[in-house]
Ligand binder design. Structure first.
Ligand SMILES: [Zn+2]
Length: 256
């Protein structure tokens, strides 16, 4: 049995002018993408991910860090966006002003078709060069690892934010500006614990927005949210879109 969506939530969403959505690992987990720690199997079990996802680790052993990301890229390629990702594309297309802020690096929102988007922690499908920061979407796979930047010849690293690195200030500012100005903030599949993203729904609430949380378990956000729906996003978001009577691009049940 799935949760009922409250009528006043439907009315609020239907009338919303500005909507901001924050997504986290939960929405990817519903696609079968292993979390940071779940990915540590086989050869990689002996490493602590917090000791691989750092600039120091890359400086010490760039090949090891490159190979770890190549492995994680492969795990992600074995999965695909789910009905929740597709429902967020429907929302983006139907609502007047919409911004998706994600903490995920798998690129699934982009693959599903979301375009008004901020990837706070980068995207594992892209690389950038370690020395000059050129962002590179395609690189030649060679025996030499990591591969070289086609622009400057420097070593390539994944275009993700590592421990000890800051999120781009411009990305953060855009996300916080949008949260401050929205009338509905939706938090999906995130524990709402990790800063700075955890501050987004709090700011939205303080500035007068209604807050909807969709997460299978209670979080720190649940008590301040106007609606806290404890279920999978891939169940709830498509239901929400159906109740709104928006056009939909998801094929029902195709990717459960
Ligand atoms: Zn370069």
């Amino acid at each position: 049995m799935s949760l009922q969506i409250p009528d006043d939530l439907i009315t609020t969403l239907a009338a919303a002018e500005r909507v901001v959505v924050l997504t986290g690992a939960g929405i990817s987990a519903e696609s079968g993408v292993p979390t940071f720690r779940e990915a540590q199997t086989g050869l990689w079990a002996q490493y602590d991910p917090r000791e691989l996802a750092t600039p120091q680790a890359f400086a010490r052993n760039p090949r090891l860090v490159w190979e770890w990301y190549a492995w994680r890229r492969k795990l992600i390629q074995q999965a695909k966006p789910n009905l929740a990702h597709h429902a967020l594309v429907d929302l983006e297309q139907a609502l007047p002003t919409f911004l998706l802020v994600t903490q995920n690096i798998d690129g699934f929102h982009w693959l599903a078709g979301s375009r008004d988007m901020i990837e706070l922690h980068g995207n594992i499908a892209r690389t950038r060069c370690y020395e000059e920061g050129h962002v590179v979407s395609w690189w030649e796979e060679t025996d030499e690892l990591p591969p070289r930047c086609p622009h400057c010849g420097g070593p390539l690293r994944p275009d993700v934010v590592w421990f000890g690195e800051g999120i781009s200030e411009q990305a953060l500012r855009s996300a916080f500006d949008a949260a401050a100005a929205c009338d509905l903030f939706i938090s999906v599949g995130t524990s709402a614990m990790v800063q700075p993203a955890a501050g987004l729904p709090l700011l939205a609430k303080r500035m007068g927005a209604r807050v909807l949380e969709i997460n299978p378990a209670q979080t720190a956000l649940s008590v301040i949210a106007d609606w806290s729906l404890q279920d999978k996003a891939s169940n709830l978001l498509p239901q929400l879109v159906r109740r709104l009577d928006f056009p939909t691009n998801a094929i029902d049940g195709a990717e459960q």
